[in-house]
Design a protein around this ligand. Structure first.
Ligand code: NCD
Length: 341
């Protein structure tokens, strides 16, 4: 696999329009609206080409589902008659189940296939598998793939909607959206917050999507990592880079932790897990460098004793990891509904 870059592929372009990018304040009054808008693009491939107003539309609709508790039960016929296929070519627990629940709660027909059970194992190309699924009348394909850019390729070849559920180290847009929804729900805003993204930024699609989203919404983003785990070409415009964790966390509102993405590493990036935990593992003691009300986030799965101390992993007063999973269903309901609307 090629080494990670910060600009790998260009996701589908949003239709041009007059609206300017705007900064995020608090959830808008649209939250109470029962009628959803739609998005000006067919596929959800990445945050890169999304406008702040699209992000806000998705977050507002997710907020509606969260506030009404409607993400917890089958609540709508919005996707009745829509055939959603989840195609996961990489291991996944929470993202796959979250998309399944979201689609079912909107009344869709849902089928999930994973690499272990797909014909890709028998030598079929990704495009051929996808076209077979399309021939089975998929209206919306949710795809996770180990190669950056694979989801965009599918979107170009198929005429159904495609959602990127994580492609290589490129983007994971719905994770960034659910992180934003979680922050906005807890802090009331994104604009002006100081967010530190810590750990294996180099191999992380979550970091890339979050950096893009948070900057579009007016947050101040820092990354904190050992030099070996910083991206190759830090075209990190406007991002402050720290290699000392205590300095990087100073005065932050949100501390986002990342797992060491060993499945994407070629070579050795940290001398030892013990040393990595010593310098970059988040503990209550290091968290004390952040603001006293700072919250901890993690996309999961957490590796206790590697990037996060087990005691902090269980401290649900500070650690929003389960909150993120819960908000994820509402955010994916919002994305599915708005995209197919
Ligand atoms: C992330 C992913 O797959 O990129 N996890 C997730 O979607 N919940 C992060 C990770 O695997 O570490």
């Amino acid at each position: 696999m090629a080494s990670p870059q910060l600009h790998l592929v260009s996701p589908n372009k949003a239709a041009p329009r007059a609206s300017a990018r705007t900064r995020d304040s608090k959830p808008s009054a649209k939250v109470v609206s029962k009628k959803s808008k739609s998005l000006p693009f067919k596929h959800l491939l990445g945050i890169e080409d999304m406008e702040a107003c699209d992000i806000r539309t998705i977050l507002d609709r997710a907020e509606y589902y969260m506030r009404s508790g409607r993400h917890l039960k089958r609540c709508s016929e919005a996707l009745k008659g829509i055939n959603v296929i989840n195609m996961f070519m990489e291991n996944s627990t929470r993202t796959r189940v979250s998309f399944e629940l979201a689609a079912k709660r909107l009344g869709a027909e849902v089928t999930s296939i994973s690499v272990a059970h797909s014909s890709i194992r028998k030598g079929e190309t990704l495009i051929d598998t996808a076209q077979t699924l399309r021939a089975m009348a998929a209206d919306l394909l949710v795809v996770r793939h180990p190669h950056s850019g694979a989801v965009q390729l599918l979107a170009e070849k198929l005429d159904c909607h495609v959602i990127n559920a994580g492609d290589g180290f490129h983007e994971h847009p719905t994770q960034a959206l659910l992180d934003a929804a979680t922050i906005r729900h807890r802090k009331g805003r994104l604009e002006g917050l100081k967010v530190a993204i810590c750990g294996d930024v180099r191999h992380s699609r979550v970091a890339r999507s979050n950096i893009l989203l948070l900057q579009k919404m007016g947050a101040a983003v820092r990354i904190v990592a050992p030099p070996t785990l910083l991206p190759d070409q830090p075209s990190l415009h406007g991002v402050d880079v720290f290699t000392d964790m205590r300095e990087g966390l100073s005065d932050c509102d949100i501390v986002m932790m990342l797992r060491l993405q060993t499945e994407r590493m070629q070579g050795i990036f940290v001398p030892s897990i013990r040393e990595y935990f010593h310098f970059y593992g988040l503990t209550h003691e290091k968290l004390a460098c952040a603001r006293s009300d700072a919250l901890v986030m993690h996309p999961g799965p957490m590796n206790r004793g590697v990037e996060i101390d087990s005691i902090l992993a269980d401290d649900l007063g500070r650690n929003l990891v389960h909150d993120q999973v819960e908000k994820g269903v509402a955010v994916r309901m919002s994305c599915l509904e708005l995209l197919s609307g």
